[in-house]
Unconditional design. Sequence first.
Length: 316
Amino acid sequence: MNAKFKGENINYPNYWNWKGFKICWSVAGENNKIPIIFLHGFGASRKHWRNNIEYFAKRNCASYSIDLLGFGDSDQPGIRQIGKLNNEIWCNQVKDFIEQVIRPKNSEKVILIGNSLGSLVALTCAVSLEDQIATVIASPLPDQINRNQKKIIKKPFLKKFKDIFITIFFIFFPLEIILFFIPKLGIIRLGLNSAYFQKNNIDPELIDLVTKPVLRRTSARSLRAMCIGMLLRDEIFQSSYLLRKLSASKKVPFLLIWGDKDNFIPLFMGKKIANFYRWVKLKIVSNSGHCIHDEDPPVFNRISYEWIRDLKTFKI
């Protein structure tokens, strides 16, 4: 068991230039055998994995956490700089991170662990890179889920009108004013209280890691690119399509970890996914909300590691 991570600051910032954008990432146990990338949820950052990284680093895992473009300490581009921000873009970011940062040191298949939006990014990567991904652990997985692909009658005029309307709406919507008042009105703490069923870990560190990116002068333009990008995604980047695509091969084992008190994405969504896709394993955590990894780290870490340990990919 590699313990070289001891003494490391798990949030120590490393910077990587990705297509002209500065991307911030951290690692513990970089020389360990099993590479894991932790992918945060909306509004969070790599630091949200503060109670998980060391646990896995102690167990021979090279534990990477990365700030997705637009979040944390990574650059916050707007429409003019990036055009859109959605799980297609973030998937490309993770793919290149694997190739340029992890592969020079490690050739093993990569484990992706995501929270909410990070889970969607992990699923997108699993479809795009299924031969390089050992497993996905999603806690939870957002997006509406439909089992069968519906035939969509294409109406180019209506789609074009919708795209134009959404783009114009968010270009003129005063996100700058809203983001200015969010920290001052205590909305961040209110949101965290709604997301967390267990309140013990809603501490100053958590509030700080969520608040700081919002206060950056580029945050509104980046949020605008996210709103437009996520709302105008093609079907092939939505969870239903991605799960159907992954089902065709079942090459990537898929674990869902869901809190039974999740107010943001209710448990029935997790049960629906597990019912539609029987190869997906669902673990339900009692008395936990939307961020199990931070609300109840011992339980989340144990469930995740036991899943990884039982994979045939690695000999642990």
